[in-house]
Design a binder for this molecule. Structure first.
Ligand SMILES: *Cc1c(COP(=O)(O)O)cnc(C)c1O
Length: 427
Protein backbone atom coordinates (compact mmCIF):
# COMPACT_ATOMS: atom_id res chain seq x y z
CA UNK A 1 0.00 0.00 0.00
CA UNK A 2 3.06 2.25 0.40
CA UNK A 3 2.66 4.02 -2.92
CA UNK A 4 -1.00 4.92 -2.49
CA UNK A 5 -2.33 8.25 -1.23
CA UNK A 6 -3.46 8.55 2.38
CA UNK A 7 -7.07 8.65 1.12
CA UNK A 8 -6.71 5.16 -0.33
CA UNK A 9 -4.89 3.93 2.78
CA UNK A 10 -7.81 5.10 4.98
CA UNK A 11 -10.06 2.79 3.01
CA UNK A 12 -7.86 -0.21 2.29
CA UNK A 13 -4.61 -0.35 4.31
CA UNK A 14 -4.05 -2.93 7.03
CA UNK A 15 -6.29 -5.76 5.85
CA UNK A 16 -5.97 -7.42 2.43
CA UNK A 17 -8.28 -10.42 2.21
CA UNK A 18 -7.17 -13.50 0.29
CA UNK A 19 -9.24 -15.44 -2.21
CA UNK A 20 -12.70 -16.14 -0.80
CA UNK A 21 -12.02 -14.37 2.51
CA UNK A 22 -14.36 -11.78 4.11
CA UNK A 23 -14.26 -8.35 2.43
CA UNK A 24 -14.73 -6.59 5.76
CA UNK A 25 -12.29 -7.12 8.65
CA UNK A 26 -13.41 -10.21 10.57
CA UNK A 27 -14.15 -9.67 14.27
CA UNK A 28 -12.14 -12.43 15.91
CA UNK A 29 -14.41 -12.83 18.93
CA UNK A 30 -12.22 -15.30 20.76
CA UNK A 31 -10.23 -14.96 23.97
CA UNK A 32 -7.89 -17.76 22.99
CA UNK A 33 -6.31 -19.59 20.05
CA UNK A 34 -5.84 -23.32 19.49
CA UNK A 35 -2.54 -25.14 18.82
CA UNK A 36 -1.72 -28.74 17.86
CA UNK A 37 1.31 -29.16 20.07
CA UNK A 38 2.72 -27.58 23.21
CA UNK A 39 5.91 -27.06 21.25
CA UNK A 40 4.07 -24.80 18.76
CA UNK A 41 2.69 -22.75 21.61
CA UNK A 42 6.04 -22.65 23.39
CA UNK A 43 7.57 -20.92 20.37
CA UNK A 44 5.00 -18.13 20.72
CA UNK A 45 5.78 -17.67 24.40
CA UNK A 46 9.49 -17.49 23.59
CA UNK A 47 8.77 -14.90 20.84
CA UNK A 48 10.41 -17.37 18.44
CA UNK A 49 7.32 -17.47 16.22
CA UNK A 50 4.64 -14.84 15.70
CA UNK A 51 1.03 -15.77 16.34
CA UNK A 52 -1.81 -15.32 18.77
CA UNK A 53 -2.45 -17.08 22.02
CA UNK A 54 -4.54 -14.85 24.26
CA UNK A 55 -6.56 -11.69 23.49
CA UNK A 56 -5.30 -9.88 26.61
CA UNK A 57 -2.07 -9.40 24.63
CA UNK A 58 -2.99 -9.46 20.94
CA UNK A 59 -5.93 -10.13 18.65
CA UNK A 60 -5.96 -10.30 14.82
CA UNK A 61 -8.82 -7.78 14.43
CA UNK A 62 -6.87 -5.21 16.44
CA UNK A 63 -3.72 -5.90 14.47
CA UNK A 64 -5.42 -5.26 11.10
CA UNK A 65 -6.63 -1.89 12.38
CA UNK A 66 -3.29 -1.03 14.04
CA UNK A 67 -1.54 -1.83 10.74
CA UNK A 68 -3.86 0.63 8.98
CA UNK A 69 -3.03 3.40 11.48
CA UNK A 70 0.70 2.61 11.13
CA UNK A 71 0.33 3.02 7.35
CA UNK A 72 -1.53 6.32 7.78
CA UNK A 73 1.13 7.75 10.10
CA UNK A 74 4.02 6.39 8.04
CA UNK A 75 5.16 4.20 10.96
CA UNK A 76 6.64 0.71 11.04
CA UNK A 77 4.61 -0.94 13.83
CA UNK A 78 1.54 -0.13 15.90
CA UNK A 79 -0.77 -1.46 18.59
CA UNK A 80 -4.26 -0.60 19.80
CA UNK A 81 -5.02 0.13 23.45
CA UNK A 82 -8.27 0.35 25.40
CA UNK A 83 -8.16 4.17 25.50
CA UNK A 84 -6.04 7.19 24.66
CA UNK A 85 -5.00 7.36 28.32
CA UNK A 86 -3.66 3.79 28.10
CA UNK A 87 -1.82 4.65 24.85
CA UNK A 88 0.01 7.62 26.41
CA UNK A 89 0.78 5.72 29.61
CA UNK A 90 2.18 2.73 27.70
CA UNK A 91 4.18 4.89 25.27
CA UNK A 92 5.92 6.59 28.22
CA UNK A 93 6.16 3.67 30.63
CA UNK A 94 7.66 1.43 27.93
CA UNK A 95 10.88 3.48 28.20
CA UNK A 96 10.59 5.11 31.65
CA UNK A 97 10.91 3.55 35.07
CA UNK A 98 11.31 4.67 38.69
CA UNK A 99 14.04 7.33 38.63
CA UNK A 100 13.36 8.47 35.05
CA UNK A 101 12.43 12.00 34.01
CA UNK A 102 10.15 13.28 31.23
CA UNK A 103 10.11 16.68 29.50
CA UNK A 104 6.54 17.47 28.45
CA UNK A 105 4.75 20.40 26.90
CA UNK A 106 2.55 22.06 29.53
CA UNK A 107 -0.13 22.51 26.89
CA UNK A 108 -1.61 19.00 26.84
CA UNK A 109 -4.86 17.19 27.56
CA UNK A 110 -5.89 17.41 31.25
CA UNK A 111 -6.02 13.63 31.58
CA UNK A 112 -2.46 13.28 30.28
CA UNK A 113 -1.27 16.15 32.49
CA UNK A 114 -2.70 14.33 35.51
CA UNK A 115 -1.32 10.96 34.36
CA UNK A 116 2.21 12.35 34.12
CA UNK A 117 2.23 14.83 37.00
CA UNK A 118 0.29 12.83 39.62
CA UNK A 119 0.03 9.12 38.82
CA UNK A 120 3.42 8.60 37.18
CA UNK A 121 5.00 10.75 39.91
CA UNK A 122 3.79 8.09 42.39
CA UNK A 123 5.82 5.58 40.37
CA UNK A 124 8.93 7.70 40.89
CA UNK A 125 8.91 9.25 37.41
CA UNK A 126 9.53 13.01 37.42
CA UNK A 127 8.41 15.57 34.88
CA UNK A 128 9.45 19.06 33.83
CA UNK A 129 6.77 20.95 31.91
CA UNK A 130 7.83 23.39 29.21
CA UNK A 131 5.88 25.96 27.23
CA UNK A 132 5.00 24.84 23.68
CA UNK A 133 6.51 28.16 22.56
CA UNK A 134 9.76 27.72 24.53
CA UNK A 135 13.00 28.53 22.69
CA UNK A 136 15.55 25.83 21.91
CA UNK A 137 17.69 27.04 24.82
CA UNK A 138 14.74 26.85 27.22
CA UNK A 139 13.91 23.36 26.00
CA UNK A 140 17.53 22.23 26.36
CA UNK A 141 17.58 23.57 29.92
CA UNK A 142 14.67 21.29 30.91
CA UNK A 143 16.66 18.11 30.18
CA UNK A 144 18.46 16.12 32.87
CA UNK A 145 20.83 13.20 32.85
CA UNK A 146 17.87 10.87 33.63
CA UNK A 147 15.48 12.26 30.96
CA UNK A 148 14.07 9.41 28.89
CA UNK A 149 11.35 10.99 26.74
CA UNK A 150 9.94 14.25 25.44
CA UNK A 151 6.17 14.60 25.01
CA UNK A 152 3.75 17.01 23.33
CA UNK A 153 0.44 17.27 21.43
CA UNK A 154 0.29 18.39 17.79
CA UNK A 155 -2.82 20.48 18.58
CA UNK A 156 -3.41 20.60 22.31
CA UNK A 157 -6.80 19.75 23.81
CA UNK A 158 -8.32 22.13 24.92
CA UNK A 159 -5.78 24.99 24.62
CA UNK A 160 -5.52 24.56 20.79
CA UNK A 161 -1.82 25.49 20.80
CA UNK A 162 0.20 24.00 17.92
CA UNK A 163 3.46 22.15 18.60
CA UNK A 164 6.64 23.03 16.71
CA UNK A 165 7.37 19.35 16.13
CA UNK A 166 10.66 19.84 14.26
CA UNK A 167 12.08 22.00 17.05
CA UNK A 168 10.99 19.59 19.81
CA UNK A 169 12.38 16.60 17.85
CA UNK A 170 15.72 18.31 17.30
CA UNK A 171 16.12 19.02 21.02
CA UNK A 172 14.96 15.52 22.07
CA UNK A 173 17.43 13.88 19.67
CA UNK A 174 20.29 16.12 20.83
CA UNK A 175 19.72 14.59 24.28
CA UNK A 176 19.44 11.03 22.95
CA UNK A 177 15.75 10.53 23.73
CA UNK A 178 12.68 10.02 21.52
CA UNK A 179 9.92 12.57 20.92
CA UNK A 180 6.43 11.19 21.57
CA UNK A 181 3.62 13.17 19.94
CA UNK A 182 -0.09 12.78 20.69
CA UNK A 183 -1.63 13.40 17.25
CA UNK A 184 -5.28 12.94 18.26
CA UNK A 185 -6.70 16.26 17.04
CA UNK A 186 -5.28 16.63 13.49
CA UNK A 187 -5.16 12.85 12.76
CA UNK A 188 -2.66 11.66 10.12
CA UNK A 189 -4.95 13.13 7.46
CA UNK A 190 -3.89 16.65 8.50
CA UNK A 191 -0.45 16.05 10.05
CA UNK A 192 2.01 13.16 10.18
CA UNK A 193 4.44 13.98 13.02
CA UNK A 194 6.91 11.24 11.97
CA UNK A 195 7.61 13.23 8.79
CA UNK A 196 8.76 16.09 11.08
CA UNK A 197 10.99 13.97 13.30
CA UNK A 198 8.65 12.48 15.94
CA UNK A 199 9.65 8.93 16.94
CA UNK A 200 6.45 7.64 18.55
CA UNK A 201 2.91 8.83 17.79
CA UNK A 202 -0.09 8.22 20.04
CA UNK A 203 -3.83 8.63 19.57
CA UNK A 204 -7.07 8.73 21.44
CA UNK A 205 -8.94 6.91 18.66
CA UNK A 206 -12.08 7.84 20.63
CA UNK A 207 -11.98 11.20 18.85
CA UNK A 208 -11.88 11.80 15.08
CA UNK A 209 -10.59 8.33 14.15
CA UNK A 210 -13.78 6.71 15.41
CA UNK A 211 -15.51 10.03 14.84
CA UNK A 212 -19.00 8.92 15.77
CA UNK A 213 -18.83 8.98 19.56
CA UNK A 214 -19.18 5.20 19.56
CA UNK A 215 -16.01 3.52 20.84
CA UNK A 216 -13.32 4.50 23.35
CA UNK A 217 -9.84 3.46 22.20
CA UNK A 218 -6.20 4.36 21.71
CA UNK A 219 -3.24 3.59 19.48
CA UNK A 220 0.58 3.75 19.62
CA UNK A 221 2.62 3.97 16.41
CA UNK A 222 6.41 3.53 16.26
CA UNK A 223 8.28 5.25 13.44
CA UNK A 224 11.03 2.62 13.65
CA UNK A 225 13.55 5.47 13.40
CA UNK A 226 14.87 5.76 16.95
CA UNK A 227 18.17 3.92 17.46
CA UNK A 228 17.73 2.45 20.96
CA UNK A 229 21.06 0.61 20.86
CA UNK A 230 22.92 3.87 20.19
CA UNK A 231 21.62 5.03 23.62
CA UNK A 232 21.59 1.62 25.28
CA UNK A 233 22.52 2.97 28.73
CA UNK A 234 19.32 5.04 28.79
CA UNK A 235 16.98 2.24 27.70
CA UNK A 236 17.92 -0.94 29.56
CA UNK A 237 14.39 -2.32 29.08
CA UNK A 238 14.94 -2.44 25.33
CA UNK A 239 18.70 -2.98 25.20
CA UNK A 240 19.44 -5.58 27.92
CA UNK A 241 18.02 -9.11 28.29
CA UNK A 242 14.40 -9.36 29.55
CA UNK A 243 14.45 -12.12 32.15
CA UNK A 244 10.65 -12.27 32.05
CA UNK A 245 11.02 -13.28 28.37
CA UNK A 246 13.81 -15.84 28.47
CA UNK A 247 16.59 -13.34 28.16
CA UNK A 248 15.45 -11.68 24.91
CA UNK A 249 17.01 -8.30 24.15
CA UNK A 250 14.26 -6.53 22.21
CA UNK A 251 16.41 -4.02 20.34
CA UNK A 252 18.74 -6.80 19.18
CA UNK A 253 16.14 -9.37 18.23
CA UNK A 254 13.53 -7.08 16.68
CA UNK A 255 15.69 -4.15 15.57
CA UNK A 256 14.77 -0.46 15.48
CA UNK A 257 11.52 -1.21 13.65
CA UNK A 258 10.08 -3.86 15.94
CA UNK A 259 11.56 -3.46 19.42
CA UNK A 260 9.29 -0.78 20.90
CA UNK A 261 5.91 -2.29 19.99
CA UNK A 262 7.03 -5.87 20.68
CA UNK A 263 8.20 -4.95 24.18
CA UNK A 264 5.08 -2.86 24.80
CA UNK A 265 2.87 -5.82 23.81
CA UNK A 266 4.80 -8.60 25.49
CA UNK A 267 5.45 -6.76 28.77
CA UNK A 268 2.95 -3.95 29.32
CA UNK A 269 -0.06 -5.48 27.59
CA UNK A 270 0.71 -8.81 29.26
CA UNK A 271 0.91 -7.20 32.71
CA UNK A 272 -1.72 -4.42 32.49
CA UNK A 273 -4.08 -5.85 29.87
CA UNK A 274 -5.39 -2.50 28.58
CA UNK A 275 -6.32 -4.00 25.21
CA UNK A 276 -9.02 -2.65 22.93
CA UNK A 277 -11.83 -5.14 22.40
CA UNK A 278 -11.99 -6.55 18.86
CA UNK A 279 -15.56 -5.19 18.62
CA UNK A 280 -14.26 -1.67 19.27
CA UNK A 281 -11.43 -2.19 16.78
CA UNK A 282 -14.03 -3.10 14.15
CA UNK A 283 -16.05 0.05 14.90
CA UNK A 284 -12.84 2.10 14.84
CA UNK A 285 -12.03 0.75 11.39
CA UNK A 286 -15.43 1.85 10.07
CA UNK A 287 -14.51 5.35 11.23
CA UNK A 288 -11.07 5.16 9.62
CA UNK A 289 -12.60 4.21 6.26
CA UNK A 290 -14.09 7.71 6.00
CA UNK A 291 -11.51 9.72 8.01
CA UNK A 292 -10.08 11.41 4.89
CA UNK A 293 -13.61 12.45 3.82
CA UNK A 294 -14.67 13.68 7.25
CA UNK A 295 -11.59 15.66 8.34
CA UNK A 296 -11.81 18.31 5.58
CA UNK A 297 -15.47 18.91 6.53
CA UNK A 298 -14.62 19.26 10.25
CA UNK A 299 -11.94 21.80 9.24
CA UNK A 300 -14.31 23.66 6.89
CA UNK A 301 -16.91 23.96 9.66
CA UNK A 302 -14.34 24.91 12.31
CA UNK A 303 -12.89 27.61 10.06
CA UNK A 304 -16.33 29.02 9.16
CA UNK A 305 -17.46 29.10 12.80
CA UNK A 306 -14.16 30.69 13.93
CA UNK A 307 -14.42 33.39 11.23
CA UNK A 308 -18.06 34.10 12.14
CA UNK A 309 -17.33 34.34 15.87
CA UNK A 310 -14.29 36.57 15.39
CA UNK A 311 -16.56 39.23 13.84
CA UNK A 312 -19.32 38.94 16.47
CA UNK A 313 -19.52 41.90 18.91
CA UNK A 314 -20.35 39.67 21.91
CA UNK A 315 -17.25 37.49 21.39
CA UNK A 316 -14.07 38.87 22.94
CA UNK A 317 -11.61 36.19 21.79
CA UNK A 318 -11.41 33.22 19.42
CA UNK A 319 -8.72 30.50 19.52
CA UNK A 320 -8.35 28.67 16.20
CA UNK A 321 -5.02 28.21 14.42
CA UNK A 322 -6.67 28.68 11.01
CA UNK A 323 -7.32 32.38 11.81
CA UNK A 324 -4.53 34.77 10.73
CA UNK A 325 -5.02 36.59 14.06
CA UNK A 326 -4.20 33.43 16.06
CA UNK A 327 -0.73 33.30 17.67
CA UNK A 328 -0.26 29.77 16.26
CA UNK A 329 -1.27 30.68 12.69
CA UNK A 330 2.24 30.61 11.22
CA UNK A 331 3.29 27.36 12.92
CA UNK A 332 -0.04 25.86 11.79
CA UNK A 333 0.66 26.95 8.20
CA UNK A 334 3.80 24.82 8.35
CA UNK A 335 2.47 21.67 10.05
CA UNK A 336 -1.23 21.87 9.15
CA UNK A 337 -1.42 23.29 5.61
CA UNK A 338 -4.84 21.68 5.05
CA UNK A 339 -6.18 22.85 8.42
CA UNK A 340 -6.07 21.29 11.86
CA UNK A 341 -9.42 20.11 13.19
CA UNK A 342 -12.95 21.24 13.98
CA UNK A 343 -12.41 22.36 17.56
CA UNK A 344 -12.69 26.10 18.25
CA UNK A 345 -12.68 27.87 21.61
CA UNK A 346 -13.93 31.37 22.35
CA UNK A 347 -14.74 33.79 25.15
CA UNK A 348 -18.12 35.41 25.54
CA UNK A 349 -18.54 38.86 27.02
CA UNK A 350 -20.21 38.50 30.41
CA UNK A 351 -18.23 35.50 31.67
CA UNK A 352 -19.71 32.39 33.24
CA UNK A 353 -23.36 33.57 33.33
CA UNK A 354 -23.29 34.59 29.67
CA UNK A 355 -21.65 31.32 28.63
CA UNK A 356 -24.25 29.33 30.54
CA UNK A 357 -27.13 31.24 28.95
CA UNK A 358 -25.60 30.95 25.49
CA UNK A 359 -25.10 27.19 25.72
CA UNK A 360 -28.60 26.62 27.05
CA UNK A 361 -29.94 28.47 24.00
CA UNK A 362 -28.08 26.33 21.44
CA UNK A 363 -30.31 23.92 19.54
CA UNK A 364 -27.92 21.88 17.36
CA UNK A 365 -24.81 21.92 19.52
CA UNK A 366 -25.26 19.67 22.54
CA UNK A 367 -23.50 20.10 25.88
CA UNK A 368 -21.08 17.18 26.22
CA UNK A 369 -17.69 16.27 27.71
CA UNK A 370 -16.50 15.18 24.29
CA UNK A 371 -14.94 16.45 21.09
CA UNK A 372 -14.33 15.24 17.54
CA UNK A 373 -17.74 13.72 17.00
CA UNK A 374 -19.89 13.87 13.84
CA UNK A 375 -22.39 15.90 15.92
CA UNK A 376 -21.42 19.37 17.10
CA UNK A 377 -20.96 19.65 20.84
CA UNK A 378 -19.74 22.25 23.30
CA UNK A 379 -18.52 22.64 26.84
CA UNK A 380 -17.98 25.51 29.28
CA UNK A 381 -15.05 24.32 31.42
CA UNK A 382 -15.83 26.81 34.21
CA UNK A 383 -19.23 25.25 34.90
CA UNK A 384 -18.24 21.62 34.20
CA UNK A 385 -14.75 20.09 34.05
CA UNK A 386 -13.13 22.97 35.97
CA UNK A 387 -16.06 23.97 38.22
CA UNK A 388 -14.11 23.54 41.48
CA UNK A 389 -11.75 26.38 40.48
CA UNK A 390 -12.00 30.02 41.55
CA UNK A 391 -12.12 32.84 38.96
CA UNK A 392 -8.39 33.49 39.54
CA UNK A 393 -7.48 29.80 39.22
CA UNK A 394 -9.47 29.59 35.99
CA UNK A 395 -7.54 32.48 34.48
CA UNK A 396 -4.24 30.92 35.60
CA UNK A 397 -5.22 27.62 33.97
CA UNK A 398 -6.00 29.43 30.71
CA UNK A 399 -9.72 28.69 30.91
CA UNK A 400 -11.44 31.98 31.77
CA UNK A 401 -15.02 31.64 33.05
CA UNK A 402 -16.57 32.72 29.77
CA UNK A 403 -14.58 30.25 27.63
CA UNK A 404 -16.59 27.84 25.50
CA UNK A 405 -15.00 24.94 23.62
CA UNK A 406 -16.98 23.96 20.55
CA UNK A 407 -16.26 20.86 18.50
CA UNK A 408 -17.74 21.45 15.06
CA UNK A 409 -19.28 18.29 13.64
CA UNK A 410 -20.27 17.36 10.13
CA UNK A 411 -23.54 19.32 9.89
CA UNK A 412 -24.01 22.12 7.33
CA UNK A 413 -21.95 25.14 8.40
CA UNK A 414 -24.83 27.53 7.60
CA UNK A 415 -27.02 25.68 10.13
CA UNK A 416 -24.26 25.77 12.75
CA UNK A 417 -23.76 29.51 12.29
CA UNK A 418 -27.51 30.16 12.40
CA UNK A 419 -27.63 28.22 15.69
CA UNK A 420 -24.78 30.36 17.11
CA UNK A 421 -26.50 33.53 15.91
CA UNK A 422 -29.83 32.80 17.60
CA UNK A 423 -28.10 31.67 20.81
CA UNK A 424 -25.84 34.76 20.97
CA UNK A 425 -28.90 36.97 20.39
CA UNK A 426 -30.33 35.63 23.67
CA UNK A 427 -27.25 36.52 25.72
C1 LIG B 1 -9.27 12.51 24.77
C2 LIG B 1 -7.82 12.63 24.68
C3 LIG B 1 -6.97 11.74 25.33
C4 LIG B 1 -7.50 10.63 26.20
O1 LIG B 1 -8.14 9.69 25.42
P1 LIG B 1 -9.28 8.70 25.94
O2 LIG B 1 -9.57 7.88 24.74
O3 LIG B 1 -10.42 9.53 26.43
O4 LIG B 1 -8.65 7.90 27.06
C5 LIG B 1 -5.61 11.89 25.15
N1 LIG B 1 -5.11 12.89 24.40
C6 LIG B 1 -5.90 13.78 23.77
C7 LIG B 1 -5.30 14.85 22.94
C8 LIG B 1 -7.29 13.69 23.89
O5 LIG B 1 -8.07 14.58 23.27
Amino acid sequence: MDNYSINTKCVQAGYRPGNGEPRQIPIVQSTTFKYDTSEDMGKLFDLEASGYFYTRLQNPTNDYVAAKIAALEGGKAAMLTSSGQAANFFALFNICECGSHIVASSSIYGGTFNLISVTMAKMGIEVTFVSPTASEEELNAAFKENTRAMFGETIANPALTVLDIEKFAKVAHAHGVPLIVDNTFPTPVNCRPIEWGADIVTHSTTKYMDGHGAAVGGCIVDSGNFDWMAHAEKFPGLCTPDESYHGITYAEKFGKEGAFITKCTSQLMRDFGCIQSPQHAFILNLGLESLHVRMPRHVENGQAVAEYLEKHPKITKVNYSGLPSDPYYSVAQKYLPNGGCGVVSFEIEGGRAAAEKFMKALKLAAIETHVADARTCCLNPATSTHRQMSEEQLIEAGVPAGLVRMSCGLEDKADLIADLEQALAQV
